[in-house]
Design a protein around this ligand. Structure first.
Ligand code: GDP
Length: 295
């Protein structure tokens, strides 16, 4: 097992202190460790480098060199800066519409359908919310069935139209249905593909234009590392989404994709998925993620 970054920094500074002077060069050396740890956790190299440059300036400005425990102070600086980079406070979702419309986007397999169910369940627990799940993957009957299964698990109604191949029309009818039946949140699960393609992008941007959702959420598998960042960039260019859902954080990824995505698209990560079960989700807390990335 690797030592955690905190241990590494602590021992690096401890050794240095034993030899007398701690210098700017030593700070730079220890920040190399930080950079390595970030890259190991899947943070894009360029972003990791910019990050350590910022921390270096702050460290030198704060007289880290004169403190008794420079290693610990460095760890705190790194953690605070990482937290800030990921958005500081946890961000919620806009539920001001009646109904509030939430559009789910992302590649096939990212966890969209699963998260749609989790979100419906999460909102249902807020007693004032009555969600409706909408199946808009018109290409894969299995996907529609899957949403029905998920809906049953969380006891939330699912709207689908068998045989209708027009997701814009389905979304509009679903919203009308929600209004008639007292659903104040509509969660629309859309078709994803295995890789970004023009047809998928056109389809989902047409849905977005037609229904004007309060929230367009981009779902991405945290295990996919750098690919996650590229996918996020492409979806954001086309959809200008409002937030990111980072799934599969129960895997062995350190979660550096969170930093890269936030830095590249500058949109908040709103929730995380932490398992296949319907209650395996949480609000995204930047400081907890910083702890995880630092190991
Ligand atoms: P979609 O194609 O984007 O709708 O993705 P699905 O919701 O069908 O999810 C794809 C697979 O990932 C399924 O086997 C899910 O059970 C699984 N999955 C989704 N979210 C998570 C998660 O947070 N953790 C784990 N371990 N598996 C997940």
């Amino acid at each position: 097992m690797f030592d955690s970054l905190s241990d590494k920094l602590d021992s690096a500074f401890h050794v240095l202190k034993g030899h007398g002077q701690i210098t700017e060069i030593n700070v730079a050396e220890s920040l190399k460790e930080v950079r390595r740890a970030l890259v190991d956790a899947d943070v894009n190299y360029k972003i990791a480098k910019e990050f350590t440059n910022t921390v270096k300036e702050k460290a030198l400005g704060q007289d880290v060199l004169k403190t008794l425990k420079p290693g610990q102070l460095m760890v705190k600086l790194v953690k605070d800066e990482l937290t800030e980079l990921m958005g500081g406070e946890a961000e919620g979702i806009d539920l001001s519409g009646n109904p509030s419309i939430i559009l789910m986007s992302g590649l096939q397999g990212s966890g969209k359908t699963t998260f749609s169910g989790k979100l419906a369940d999460y909102l249902k627990r807020k007693k004032t919310k009555k969600p409706l799940l909408v199946a808009c993957d018109v290409y894969r009957p299995a996907a529609i069935n899957q949403l029905h299964v998920v809906g049953e698990q969380v006891d939330v109604e699912v709207y689908s139209e068998e045989g209708n191949q027009d997701p814009v029309a389905i979304s509009k009818s679903a919203i009308a249905y929600a209004k008639e039946n007292g659903h104040n949140v509509v969660i629309i699960d859309t078709a994803g593909r295995l890789a970004v393609d023009e047809m998928m992008m056109t389809e989902i941007s047409n849905i977005k234009d037609a229904i004007q959702p309060q929230e367009t959420l981009f779902v991405v598998d945290a295990m996919t590392g750098q690919d996650a960042v590229n996918t996020a960039k492409t979806f954001n260019e086309r959809l200008d989404f409002d937030g990111v859902i980072l799934t599969k954080l129960d895997g062995d990824t350190r979660g550096g994709a969170a930093i890269s995505i936030k830095s590249v698209v500058n949109k908040p990560i709103k929730f995380i998925g932490t398992g296949e079960k319907m209650d395996a989700m949480d609000v995204f807390y930047p400081s907890r993620m910083a702890d995880r990335i630092l190991g």
